[in-house]
Design a protein around this ligand. Sequence first.
Ligand SMILES: NC(=O)c1ccc[n+]([C@@H]2O[C@H](COP(=O)([O-])OP(=O)(O)OC[C@H]3O[C@@H](n4cnc5c(N)ncnc54)[C@H](O)[C@@H]3O)[C@@H](O)[C@H]2O)c1
Length: 625
Amino acid sequence: MSEAAKDVAQALRVLVSKGLELTGLTDVQLLQLAIVAAVALGLALLLKDVISTFLIPSIKVELTDAEANDKIEAAKYQLGQPFDKDVVPCYDPSTMQLLGHLPAMSAAEVRARIARAKDAQKVWRNSSFSQRRKLLRILLKFIIENTETICRVSARDSGKPLLDAILGEVVVTCEKIHWLCNEGERYLRPERRSSGIMSFYKSARVEFHPVGVVGAIVPWNYPFHNVLNPLTAALFAGNALVIKVSEHASWSTGYYGRMISAALAAAGAPTDLVQFVTGYGEAGSALVTGGVDKVIFVGSTQVGKLVMRAAAETLTPVVLELGGKDAVIVAEDADLSQVVQIVLKAAFLNCGQNCAGGERFFVHDKIYDKFLEQVAPLVRNLRQGNPLGDEPVDCGAMCMPGLAEKVHGLVEDAVARGARLLAGGKLRPAAEMGGQFYPPTLLADVKPGMKIWEEEVFGPVMSVVRWQTDDEVVALANDCAFGLGSNVFAGNQARARAIASRLEAGMSSVNDFATTYMCQSLPFGGVKHSGFDRFAGVEGLRGLCVPKAVCEDRMPLLMKSTIPPPWQYPVQPNCVAFGTSLVAMFYGPGLVYRARGLAALLHCLVFPGAYGKKASGAGGKPKAA
Ligand SMILES: NC(=O)c1ccc[n+]([C@@H]2O[C@H](COP(=O)([O-])OP(=O)(O)OC[C@H]3O[C@@H](n4cnc5c(N)ncnc54)[C@H](O)[C@@H]3O)[C@@H](O)[C@H]2O)c1
């Protein structure tokens, strides 16, 4: 036991014996008392928790037939079927069943929605953090009570298996709400900063004011999380949100939108605070230029550039969360029994339709064959089909029409240029498969020069690359236009960390995959063609605010700013000498400079007449006597 620990133990002994002396209790009685007190405290905390949970209002959301029963038969949607350009047709990509139509909004409708959100935000910006937490807790309670329905609706809209919906739609959303409720206020409260040397008598702080109306434009891969992600942060920061959902996954916003309206009403928030925009690129473009105060764009690099160009017209700030092509590096000493199942999830969760999805798997030469031997049969045995059918499936459908064909083109090109196809890789038309599917595919010996080396796949393809030295794998991984996430597995964690630190990416997970997103305190975002600025985490939350710098007198009765006499208009001949001596006194490198500065300052004040008549102060030097 260390000396310090011995001292503490001795102090405790003295305290207990004094306590026994004072109360007249035996040590057994004291122990009993302590146990009773601990149990009472535990019960009180439990009761508080039960009461506060009970006090969170519950909301009810009526379901339409198609939302309540995903087995009902509906007319089939034919790809390429002509339709009115004023509507967005919604269909289930796993079955091609037509789910309905939503309006393709005009620019005028988008602007009207922004105006409604603006009015609502004028009220909401004054809401307290406890009211904002209440809103989030209402949503969280609803999500917990309706997890399966939320996942089924998402599965129908986007074709993902229920487990993938739980992981990618619900868990991350709950984690985010939990973080916002627990830590959000801490990062949005005014933050003290140092006031500097010359302003030592001031107090300085940053205040985080809501930007106003946030415009979010989101893709189709996670229809629930893509809405709740910007919504929870934007509203918690005191903003309103206008959100443009993807034309390829709009149907579920009916259910999610009713959930949000009910939660806003139950929290006493203005119900116009969240506005949905449905439609195509024109509607998204109208949102960018329609008067929102900040744009969060989540989508492809190509469209991200258009958004940035449009936002330049109105000088609207943008966050760009764009494509990714994440590297997963596996070193020769990695624990394959851990790695194999993780890399399968990295490649095939949500059928590979993840921005931060594993696309490039760099496996060390020494374990390359063993890795492929273990992974290949598992990929071949992945079951694919309708996630809401009678048989369980591991992989679902491709949400976006035409994506399966695009992915297949990349696979064919890689095979033609020497890649080995070890699983999948066969395109079967939607009519034959009953839905838009592309099989889980494994490609070995992928190399630079293949299209798949450069382009984002956004589909169920695991491309495996061989490497030998750490320098080589870093160079290979960085040979990429994208830089969103990155992942390194090695038995030696320090080596994994060292490799990760050299990767050009916005995020790195060491001995895990994309785990940074489960830490909602961390920022999410990329470098290079994966975009810029950050969403999520402290940085993302504060990014939804205007960071206003405020400075005021620390003790106004004792000291306040006044312009020193030499600097008052008309300025005095000693004004420059006064300035130079002040600079030396405050910022001089060491005591000698500072003392000289002080002496010069005193001279300046005591003998102002020594500085001539000119305001220039003759270079700060006293005139010759
Ligand atoms: N970095 C991230 O956080 C993240 C997350 C998910 C997806 N993504 C990326 O999204 C892409 C897939 O999604 P997608 O196919 O829906 O992307 P996309 O860029 O085609 O569309 C995204 C959204 O932008 C809208 N849009 C289209 N043209 C527009 C315009 N001119 N102005 C404004 N909005 C416009 C679309 O209607 C849609 O709502 C992939 O590249 C993927 O990596 C990135």
